[in-house]
Ligand binder design. Structure first.
Ligand SMILES: [Zn+2]
Ligand SMILES: [Zn+2]
Ligand SMILES: [Zn+2]
Length: 384
């Protein structure tokens, strides 16, 4: 039997009492494989695009992040099998192409999947021989999708390169905060090989010598030891020289080179953000600092705002109600204008109730100039 408990109401109640919810990390990532996960890994053919849900402009199916593609390749099946670039593009966001198809009510047999390895089963009738062909193709990602999210600066001319080097696993890991269920790998998996036998002891001592604090951002994780990792700087897991080790919080760890595949839950990210705030580490002030502190799912918005010369937002601001009680968190907040971005629905609702204007990240990316104008029009309202 599977228990699925949503603690958000409980946490909101704790906040209303003026207390801070304690993160009892529920490891969504290590849950056993659901039937739906097994089906998604193989690919589910959907009769209707309307069955795909949206989360922060990304594609979602039953709480999981997915991508979608068209299996049927008809006349170009052989070309696509030989060179994936010549096949149909797969989609990772609610892009212009998909929006157009939906508005025209065009029917295609879309397959949704969360397979991470970049190979797609395609089929079709070869136009020369008339024979039915099928096989695995390495299809390319749709560039409109990357632009929609401003993924890795795709809106500044890099979309083709991004599509060429696109890594599905890295992409999904970047946006993990938007989804309730993470792919069935967790953060530690990527580093589970080649550790020395005494690694647990070495890493425990190392963390204690660093006062259970992150060496990059400084957050003290005494109360959340599981969110502090020990990272091998040169990537060699058996090299436990002190100079090769670094104690890093989960958020800083996922930003290390070649660590783009760590799936981190929104809850863990928010716990680190909350601790950083409580410990006075969240004074952003400049774009670089904001970028290092914010959830990677919001990097595209942050880049767009920085380009458009918006004021620098605060990262991880508490939302307070009329009585001054904390009711939620805004991932990005322009406090003077009372404008912000939140990832979870609970936070978005809490912010709106408290009188904030909440924007969707995709809305800002697609119309950054209008967003900036709005920010400037707002009379600065002094808070507190
Ligand atoms: Zn697309
Ligand atoms: Zn850190
Ligand atoms: Zn590492």
């Amino acid at each position: 039997m599977k228990l699925r408990v949503d603690f958000s109401a409980l946490e909101a109640a704790v906040r209303r009492m003026g207390a801070t919810p304690v993160a009892f990390s529920v490891h969504v990532a290590t849950r056993p494989l659901d039937k739906i996960d097994a089906e998604l890994a193989k690919g589910i053919e959907l009769p209707d695009l309307e069955d795909v849900e949206l989360s922060g402009g990304l594609l979602s199916y039953k709480g999981r992040q997915i991508l979608l593609y068209i299996r049927s390749h008809d006349g170009k099946v052989q070309a696509a099998l030989a060179d994936g670039k010549k096949g149909n593009k797969f989609h990772v966001a609610d892009c212009k192409t998909l929006q157009t198809m939906r508005s025209r009510g065009r029917f295609e047999r879309y397959v949704v999947t969360n397979k991470l390895d970049g190979s797609f089963h395609i089929e079709g009738k070869d136009w020369k021989t008339g024979a039915q062909e099928e096989g695995e193709a390495r299809l390319w990602v749709c560039q409109n999708c990357l632009k929609q999210l401003n993924y890795k600066g795709a809106n500044y001319g890099g979309a083709y390169e991004q599509a060429k080097d696109f890594d599905i696993e890295e992409f999904f890991a970047n946006y993990s905060s938007y989804f309730r269920y993470l792919p069935t790998r967790n953060a530690e998996d990527g580093e589970s090989e080649n550790y020395t036998d005494d690694w647990n002891e070495v890493s425990r001592k190392y963390k204690e010598a660093r006062n259970l604090s992150c060496e990059a951002c400084g957050v003290d994780l005494t109360a959340h030891k599981n969110l502090l990792h020990v990272h091998h700087v040169n990537g060699v897991k058996s090299d436990n020289k002190q100079s090769n080790l670094r104690a890093l919080c989960l958020s800083c760890h996922r930003e290390q080179p070649s660590h783009g595949h760590m799936f981190v839950s929104h809850k863990d990210t928010q716990t680190i953000t909350r601790l950083r705030r409580e410990q006075g580490l969240l004074k952003s002030g400049d774009w670089k600092k904001a970028s290092s502190l914010c959830d990677p799912a919001l990097q595209g918005v942050l880049d767009a705002c920085s380009r458009a010369r918006c004021p620098v937002p605060e990262v991880g601001l508490d939302i307070q109600n009329a009585k001054g009680l904390v009711v939620g968190t805004l991932e990005l907040a322009w406090e003077a204008a009372r404008v912000g971005v939140a990832i979870s629905e609970e936070d978005r609702d809490a912010a709106k109730k408290a009188g904030w204007t909440v924007w969707e990240s995709v809305g800002i990316i697609n119309d950054t100039n209008r967003f900036c104008e709005k920010l400037q029009q707002c009379h600065p309202v002094r808070q507190r």
